[in-house]
Ligand binder design. Structure first.
Ligand code: ADP
Ligand code: MG
Length: 728
């Protein structure tokens, strides 16, 4: 009977035969992969089992440990099945209630048994009780001494008992060499305590230890661990940077003709900040080692032209350059602008995106392969299968935070070439308008060189931001009407009057964006698809409404699901002024540059993140006219939404917004793709522990220079297998 049952391939049979998750699997779930990870698995909190409380001294609501004898035990069925155990010390009695229990628990808790119990007292209907206390049986003649230290409570996972974790951690603490990686003098200078002392303390502090400082991780023992973690991060970043200096890249000398010609042909002067960043890039490109530089600058600070000048240097030296942008719209815009600058200088630029027709694509790919295209601009299509560069010297990645690590590496690998058995890599310039707060650039981005364009081109008037409740929509509509120059001329005309044809003189007024409400994206593919459908529908609905609301304005629509050619057509119409009011989804968030647009309305602004709002708002304020950004919101606002709107209202500086964003969300979300798969800092908090970060940076420099063996041991202890991951 049993045999047939077992052989039958039933669902049940299968699950019964499935081996239980091993201890190793469970530990891995907690991120514990080595014995040292066990040492670093620190308690969430502690329980005090070091003393016993008399039954008569117990206070309701407080957790305490008692010792007592079992007086009676029975299973009750009302109101639900439970094991009720009465214990007492001769004077007072107490009930212990267990709703989930094993049959042998009742056997274990026979009258007369002595137990040690930890739990929280509460006053029940039948008297004092503890619900689901932890307990241990004291066998006769065996007087287990009370522990001398606080008992750690660890973060754990299903099926892994605290006791098992404690045992394993205690064993690792005993077995491993925990001797310090840092000298006593260094520690003294930094007011840090020895490593071994600190971890032992954290796993088992003595009674009376300052629980609050432990919980808030401000205790000196915590500070030592945070410091070590930050030091390991700093050291490994420096190591990669050094390793990069050993690798080869083509040296692209500065100061040839093309860059100068391009500079002279610009309709404006570079700002001092642009000049400084360009000089840094030009110097790097001339080195025979690969550049990894991040060009940071707030929205509208003029990164594109700096990138174009860098490309010119590569082309001047006889190499190709590639510029990759995250969206079709942005790639197209870059192509139009840069090609207009470079083609008069005799430079051939190719355009390559996934949306090209087969024939155009093949042609572009051929031009890239033969080298007849000196500059290639496109989307991620740039590193796909068939693309082969003749001689790539520089890869520029715009809005780098939009790309995953894998995508950036793919472009990089495409460009790498073998010469005389050695790999020659292209230089890499990454650009981002998402400002990275200082603490992040000192930690996660410490392996990159960073140039910052910290001033805007002259002649810009700050954008006026207004928060307007959706209830006051009518006023907003009036404002758009007036800004686009329609009010005086047409508003009083009877409806039905012909709107001016698209080819009549443009420029009656300014141009405006109307940004559609955002539909929340979803992780699950089926729901994500639904959200995308809904987003499209919302865009179409908004467009229809806006067209009806502004019958005399030339209204256009652009959204993410449009065919690329259509998108390009609409954007061109907006650029030329043929479209006055552009209804758009957040596809316009990155990079779009139409200086005549000076008004933006964002619907349901409360649904958007800070970085997104800042990026969107940055689409206006690009010309000399006073620009206005109206954030329409739907009441009531959640606490976070209110806070976000306050921040965006009060701040125009992208760095400050990013800093506050980091404060609200923590680095995990902030870093997005860059660190996917890489454990974030576990102990240190970049905002609160800036002093430790600064100290770690200084010491990292010293160690790498003077004590490489110490640096190596520290990295080994903290990162071992993880190190690979940090490199991308
Ligand atoms: P972002 O840094 O956001 O990518 P862009 O490169 O798109 O900014 O530049 C924003 C606008 O500023 C563009 O219209 C560009 O032509 C213009 N611009 C760039 N540099 C200068 C400058 N030095 N003086 C005046 N206008 C500039
Ligand atoms: Mg840009």
């Amino acid at each position: 009977m049993t045999r047939t049952k077992r052989r039958a391939p039933t669902q049940k049979g299968k699950s019964e035969e499935k081996p239980k998750a091993s201890l190793q699997d469970k530990l891995a779930k907690l991120g514990i992969r080595s014995e040292f990870d066990l040492v670093l698995h620190l308690p969430l909190r502690y329980e005090d089992e070091t003393k016993l409380t008399e039954l008569g001294e117990l206070k309701p609501g407080e957790s305490a440990q008692i010792e007592a004898a079992v007086l009676a035990s029975e299973i009750q069925y009302r109101p639900r099945r439970q094991l009720v155990v009465q214990v007492g010390d001769g004077q007072h009695v107490l009930y212990l209630r267990f709703f989930n229990f094993y049959p042998n628990q009742q056997k274990q808790l026979q009258p007369g048994t002595r137990v040690r119990v930890i739990g929280e007292l509460r006053s029940g209907f039948f008297g004092d009780e503890m619900v689901h206390p932890r307990y241990s049986v004291i066998r006769s003649g065996d007087s287990t001494p009370l522990p001398e230290r606080l008992t750690p409570v660890y973060p754990t996972t299903a099926g892994l008992a605290q006791s098992a974790l404690r045992q394993n951690i205690a064993r690792a603490l005993e077995k491993l060499d925990l001797s310090d990686t840092l000298d006593a003098t260094v520690l003294a200078d930094l007011h840090l305590k020895p490593f071994a002392e600190c971890v032992r303390f954290l796993h088992a502090p003595p009674p009376g230890a300052p629980l609050q400082a432990l919980e808030q991780r401000t205790h000196p023992a915590w500070r030592r661990l945070k410091f070590d973690e930050l030091l390991a991060q700093q050291l490994s970043m420096r190591k990669f940077r050094r390793a990069r200096a050993q690798r080869r890249a083509p040296s692209l000398p500065a100061g040839r003709q093309l860059t100068q010609q391009l500079l002279r042909s610009l309709p404006f002067q570079l700002t001092a900040a642009q000049h400084r960043c360009l000089a840094e890039i030009r110097h790097d490109l001339a080195q025979p080692h690969p550049m990894r530089r991040l060009l940071q600058g707030d929205v509208g600070s003029g990164k594109t032209i700096v990138a174009a000048l860098a490309c010119a240097q590569a082309i001047d030296a006889g190499y190709q350059a590639a510029l990759m942008a995250p969206t079709e719209i942005l790639a197209e815009q870059h192509f139009r602008k840069i090609d207009a600058l470079l083609s008069p200088l005799g430079i051939a630029t190719a355009w390559l995106t996934g949306a090209l027709r087969r024939k155009e694509k093949t042609e572009a790919i051929e031009r890239v392969a033969s080298g007849s295209a000196q500059l290639v601009i496109g989307t991620h299509a740039l590193f796909q299968g068939e693309v082969k560069f003749k001689k790539l010297g520089l890869a520029v990645i715009d809005e780098q935070h939009r790309f995953g690590v894998a995508q950036r590496l793919a472009l990089h690998d495409k460009g790498a070439a073998k010469r005389k058995g050695q790999t020659i890599e292209p230089h890499q310039l990454m650009m981002s308008a998402t400002p990275i707060p200082r603490t992040l650039s000192m930690s996660y981005f410490a392996d990159l060189d960073v140039s910052v364009i910290d001033e805007l081109p002259p002649g810009r008037t700050p954008i006026l931001t207004k928060l307007v409740s959706d209830a006051r929509r009518a006023e907003v509509i009036e404002r758009v009407r007036r800004a686009c120059g329609a009010a005086d001329e047409f508003a009083i005309q009877p409806a039905g009057r012909q709107a001016p044809a698209a080819n009549t003189a443009v420029g009656v007024g300014a141009q405006a964006y109307w940004v559609c409400p955002l539909i929340e994206e979803s992780e699950s593919p089926s729901r994500a698809a639904k959200a995308a459908d809904l987003q499209l529908q919302t865009a179409l609905d908004t467009f229809a409404t806006i067209q009806k609301t502004f019958p005399y304005l030339r209204v256009g629509l652009v959204h993410g699901r449009m065919p690329a050619a259509e998108k390009a057509h609409v954007m061109q119409g907006f650029q030329s002024g043929a479209i006055q009011l552009l209804v758009a989804t957040t596809v316009i968030e990155v990079g779009v540059d139409v200086p005549n647009a000076s008004l933006m309305v964002i619907e349901n602004a409360e649904r958007m993140g800070l970085a997104q709002l800042h990026q969107l708002r940055g689409r206006v304020g690009r010309g000399a006219a006073q620009s206005v950004c109206i954030l329409l919101y739907q009441s009531p606002l959640s606490e976070t939404a209110r806070e976000r709107l306050r921040i965006i209202f009060e701040n125009s500086d992208g760095f400050e917004i990013a800093r506050q964003d980091l404060h609200m969300r923590g680095p995990g979300e902030f870093l997005g793709n860059r660190q996917s798969g890489v454990p974030l800092l576990r102990f240190a908090d970049l905002e609160r522990d800036v002093d430790l970060l600064e100290a770690a940076r200084k010491l990292a420099d010293q160690l790498i220079e003077q004590r490489p063996e110490v640096a190596e041991r520290h990295i080994e202890r903290w990162l071992n297998a993880r190190e690979q991951l940090l490199k991308a």
